[in-house]
Design a protein around this ligand. Structure first.
Ligand SMILES: [Fe+2]
Ligand SMILES: [Fe+2]
Length: 119
């Protein structure tokens, strides 16, 4: 399942997952993805995005592990897979930007939404 990429690529209230800290982190991910889109290179901007992605995933994982959420392990697997795929990028062009933008929006709408009200 995939969700349409919004234009402009920004956080909106339809993406509210019911946790202020995580909403703020999601907003920052949109900002960093737009910065990467403007730069289109594998240098510092991609590294900044990936560092923040890892930090955000850890925040989510700690929160839902603490809540004893039944889908913790499978959700973490989707995080790990994205990090693995993103680390393997050797260039940043249209296809790669499409992949990253699509992944975040779909992950929030289809996966993060599942822990709404749980953490
Ligand atoms: Fe998230
Ligand atoms: Fe997540």
């Amino acid at each position: 399942m995939s969700y349409p990429i919004p234009t402009p690529y920004e956080w909106s209230t339809t993406l509210d997952i019911g946790n202020a800290e995580l909403n703020e982190q999601h907003k920052k991910l949109f900002t960093l993805i737009n910065a990467l889109d403007a730069k289109r290179s594998c240098g510092t901007t991609l590294k900044e995005l990936l560092d923040y992605v890892v930090f955000h995933f850890k925040t989510e994982e700690d929160l839902f592990a603490k809540a004893g959420w039944s889908e913790s392990a499978s959700h973490k697997e989707t995080h790990d897979k994205f990090v693995q795929d993103a680390l393997a990028l050797t260039s940043v062009g249209d296809a790669e930007m499409q992949f990253i933008k699509q992944w975040l929006i779909t992950h929030i709408c289809a996966s993060d939404m599942k822990y709404k009200g749980v953490i």
